[in-house]
Design a protein around this ligand. Structure first.
Ligand SMILES: Cc1cc2nc3c(=O)[nH]c(=O)nc-3n(C[C@H](O)[C@H](O)[C@H](O)COP(=O)(O)OP(=O)(O)OC[C@H]3O[C@@H](n4cnc5c(N)ncnc54)[C@H](O)[C@@H]3O)c2cc1C
Length: 341
C-alpha cells in the first residue's frame, strides 16, 4: 500500500475530498471511471445554491464552509471562481429568509415597492460561482501536484481498491449507490442551454415559475440557462423541445438574452439520495480492517456542499473510529483541515 487513502470518484466531491485529505498529510490515490471533464460535475451550472436540499444544522455547516472556502478562492483568483450578484424572484411572498441565508454574507430582502411585476418578492445576495471546466482542471492539478495519483478504472466493488490504501472513500456520485448497495440513490435529470453572453453579470432565478424552474447564470464567455429537475429520469439525450422551452422562459425573464447564440445543450444526472447526502463511516467497513467512508448523494448541491463535506471526511478518515472496524489514521498532525488554494 503506497497510499493512505483511496478516493473513488473524480467529480467535485471526490476531488475536494482528495485535496483536503492531502492537505491533512495523507498520500492519496483517486480512482475514477471517467475523466473529470466527463463527470456530472463538469455540467453543473455551478452556482453556490442548495437546490432541493433540506436544511439542518449539519447541512448548513457544510454549505457555510463551502461558501467560505469558495469566497476565499475567488479572492485568490482560483481558476473559474467568481462571486456573482444574484436576484431571486419569488412567486409568493416569503415571511422569512430561507435557511441557507445564514451562510450568505449580504442576503437582503427587496422592499415590496421595488419588486417587479408579476413577482411577489425578491431576494438579493452574492454567491460563489464556478466554471467547472477550469475548476476541475485546477483541482486535478492541485491533487497530482501534491503527489496524488489519478487512476482511470471502473470498479465493480469497493473491495477492488482495498489493496491500495487502508482507508477507502466512496465518492462515486450516482455510481456510489451500487457500490454501497444503497437503493436510495437515484438520478435527477437536469437539462441546460448554453448561450453567448450579451454582457450579463448578474444571476437571475425564478425557481417557482409554474412552467418550470428558470435560471440565468452568466459566466465569462457564455450564460447557463436552466433548467429541469426530473427525479428518476436517466435519459442523457438533450430534448430539443425542452431546450426551446428553457430558452423562451429565460428570455421572458431576462429580455437581453433575445438574440443570444445557442452554443450547446447539455444534460446531466444529479446523484440524489432519499434522505439527503450520506457522509459517514460505514460501520461494517471492508474486509481486513479497511475503513470505509461514504460521501455521496448530493443531488443538485454537490458544488454547494463539497468543501464542507470534504472537511468532515478528513475527520472521519483520521478517526478515532466510532465504527467497529478500521484503525485510526496515523497520517497528518494538525487537528483542523487547511485551506485548498
Ligand atoms: C444541469 C445541472 C446543473 C447543476 N447545477 C448545480 C449548481 O449550480 N450548484 C450545485 O451545487 N450543484 C449543481 N448541480 C449538481 C452537481 O453537479 C452534483 O451535485 C455534483 O456534480 C455531484 O458530484 P459528485 O462528485 O458526487 O458526482 P460526479 O460528478 O458524478 O462524479 C462521480 C465520479 O465517480 C466516478 N465513478 C462512478 N462510478 C464509478 C465506479 N464504479 N468506479 C470508478 N469510478 C466511478 C465517476 O467516474 C466520477 O469520477 C448541477 C447538476 C446538473 C446536472
Amino acid at each position: 500500500m503506497n497510499h493512505d487513502v483511496v478516493v473513488v470518484g473524480a467529480g467535485i466531491v471526490g476531488l475536494t475530498c482528495a485535496a483536503r485529505l492531502q492537505e491533512a498529510g495523507a498520500r492519496v490515490a483517486v480512482v475514477t471511471a471517467d475523466e473529470p471533464a466527463r463527470t456530472v460535475s463538469r455540467i453543473a451550472a455551478a452556482v453556490w445554491y442548495p437546490t432541493h436540499t433540506v436544511g439542518d444544522p449539519r447541512v448548513l455547516d457544510w454549505a457555510r464552509r463551502t461558501f467560505d472556502e469558495l469566497a476565499a478562492q475567488a479572492v485568490h483568483g482560483v481558476s473559474g471562481v467568481v462571486m456573482r450578484p444574484t436576484r431571486m424572484l419569488l412567486r409568493a411572498p416569503s415571511a422569512r429568509p430561507p435557511w441557507w441565508a445564514a451562510a450568505v454574507r449580504d442576503f437582503r430582502v427587496v422592499r415590496p415597492a421595488d419588486v417587479p411585476a408579476p413577482f411577489a418578492g425578491e431576494w438579493r445576495f452574492t454567491v460563489p460561482t464556478m466554471e467547472m471546466g477550469p475548476y476541475l482542471d485546477w483541482l486535478v492539478q492541485r491533487v497530482t501536484g501534491g503527489g496524488g495519483v489519478l487512476l482511470r478504472r471502473r470498479i465493480d466493488r469497493l473491495t477492488d481498491v482495498a489493496d491500495l490504501a487502508p482507508v477507502v472513500v466512496n465518492a462515486a456520485g450516482l455510481g456510489a449507490g451500487g457500490l454501497a448497495d444503497d437503493a436510495g440513490v437515484h438520478p435527477v435529470r437536469g437539462q441546460v442551454v448554453l448561450v453567448s453572453n450579451p454582457g450579463l453579470r448578474t444571476s437571475v432565478r425564478d425557481e417557482d415559475n409554474p412552467a418550470g424552474a428558470t435560471y440565468v447564470h452568466p459566466r465569462s464567455r457564455d450564460v447557463v440557462l436552466g433548467g429541469t429537475f426530473e427525479p428518476g429520469v436517466s435519459d442523457v439525450a438533450p430534448s430539443a423541445a425542452t431546450g426551446q422551452a428553457i430558452l423562451a422562459r429565460c428570455i421572458a425573464l431576462v429580455p437581453e438574452l433575445a438574440g443570444a447564440r445557442v452554443l450547446e445543450q447539455a444534460v446531466g444526472l444529479r446523484p440524489a439520495r432519499h434522505g439527503g447526502a450520506r457522509v459517514a463511516v460505514d460501520a461494517a467497513g471492508l474486509h481486513g480492517g479497511i475503513r470505509l467512508i461514504h460521501v455521496y448523494g448530493h443531488g443538485g448541491a454537490g458544488v454547494t456542499l463539497g468543501w464542507g463535506c470534504a472537511d468532515e471526511v478528513v475527520s472521519l478518515a483520521r478517526g478515532p473510529s466510532s465504527s467497529r472496524t478500521g484503525a485510526a489514521a496515523t497520517w497528518g498532525s494538525s487537528a483542523a483541515p487547511g485551506r485548498a488554494r
